[in-house]
Design a protein around this ligand. Structure first.
Ligand SMILES: O=C(CO)COP(=O)(O)O
Length: 249
């Protein structure tokens, strides 16, 4: 049985007080669910987020990390720093990191390797741009993103990998992949993983969809057989919307 996951990527939103207020509201309103619920606030609020959540089942993840153990990397955060706060999950490869901070497949492979070595669970994001889809290259692009960053892993590493397919054209645009487009790509991703690592690995890996998931479309997208949950941006910043998305899984 694959783990169902609903994760909120808060990006560069919510200051300390807003973080505490949103998490207090979220834990009060959290519906009964079998899904793992994760929030990823900004680094500076990770510890406050955990305190605000108290004994809630909601987990806290980081949005990024550096690949190096430690050292002269001004402004960066290491795996050990996250682990020392009891953070065991990190998002890597988000399209905004790729587009605005120059993160490429080679760098992401290093980050993923470090995260896995350190025992961090990794939510690995990838997805094609609009031009790729228009020119019918979306499957090739996704396959090469997966290959370049993840294919040097041991099969045993996959128990700590979650995949998040986020077509760039659907992020923050209000435009979402149709449930059929999401299913088609998720099935392709699972087959790609199966061909490389075997069916047992592919059957167990959770593949999340991200890109303008809202309360109104979550149920239909999550209803597809290869969609195991969502990585939610904008709608995760509003407690009632995030709660409605969790209830839809
Ligand atoms: O980038 C995303 C999650 O990582 C998706 O963002 P939106 O839900 O705002 O489109």
């Amino acid at each position: 049985m694959r783990t169902k996951i609903v994760a909120g990527n808060w990006k560069m939103n919510k200051n300390l007080q807003e973080t505490e207020a949103l998490l207090t509201e979220l834990s009060a309103k959290l519906p009964d669910t079998n899904a793992t619920v994760i929030v990823a606030p900004t680094f500076v609020n990770l510890q406050a987020a955990q305190t605000a959540l108290g004994s809630s089942t909601i987990k806290v993840a980081a949005q990024n990390m550096h690949f190096a153990e430690s050292g002269a990397y001004t402004g960066e955060i290491s795996a050990d720093m996250l682990l020392s706060l009891d953070i065991d999950t990190v998002i890597l490869g988000h399209s905004e990191r790729r587009a605005y901070f120059g993160e490429d497949d080679e760098l992401l492979a290093k980050k993923v390797n470090t995260a896995i070595e350190k025992g961090l669970k990794t939510i690995f994001c990838f997805g094609e741009e609009l031009e790729d889809r228009k020119s019918d290259k979306h499957f090739d692009v996704v396959e090469s993103q997966l290959k370049n960053a993840l294919f040097s892993l041991d099969a045993s590493a996959w128990k700590n990998i979650v995949l998040a397919y986020e077509p760039v054209w659907a992020i923050g645009t209000g435009e979402t992949a149709s449930p059929e487009q999401a299913q088609e790509m998720h099935a392709f991703i699972r087959k790609t993983i199966s061909d490389a690592f075997g069916a047992a690995v592919a059957d167990e890996v959770s593949i999340l969809y991200g890109g303008s998931v809202k309360p109104g479309n979550a149920g239909e997208i999550f209803g597809k057989p290869d969609v195991d949950g969502g990585l939610i941006g904008g709608a995760s910043l509003v407690a009632d919307d995030f709660v409605a998305i969790i209830a839809a899984i």
